[in-house]
Design a protein around this ligand. Sequence first.
Ligand code: FES
Length: 182
Amino acid sequence: MNDDSKIAQPDSRRDFAKKFIAGLVSTLLSLIPLGAGVAVLLDPLRRRSSDTGAVRVASLEALPADGIPRKFPVLATRVDAWNKFSEVPIGAVYLRRTSDGQVQAFNVVCPHAGCYVDFLPERGRYLCPCHNSTFTVAGKIDDPSSPAARGLDTLEVQMRDKEIWVKFQNFQAGRAEKVAVA
Ligand code: FES
């Protein structure tokens, strides 16, 4: 054995250590884009739908100040696991301007069993075509023999720069109390 082999041994260990560290750093760096890709893929699952907040329903101009309810569709953006749908109908509301200048909103769904109620201008009443519940223009039960156990469901209204926004919600049918559908 000559003396050169004894001298070369520490160098080869150093080379090995350098290569090992370089390989480790390279592997760690390659995991960063992979992690980002997984996060993007899973993002829709973590994102919540926007249909729980207030949605713009109409401009104040579109609602005459005569106290008569007008029906408006409620459109919102829906997001499922991987898709986003804009302006999807999620329900409808009756809006009316009250004598004190406020805007009142009702869900059009009958609280008895879920049919859509009609407003009859000639009678100044809402009528449900399914089992004939009637409601006053202010949404209260009109005929005590109506099968509905509560009046029409009021919805929170927010005015934003002469635009009418409504916090749209559905409520459980067939109950005297108003319980939001989760
Ligand atoms: S669903 Fe309206 S009265 Fe029955």
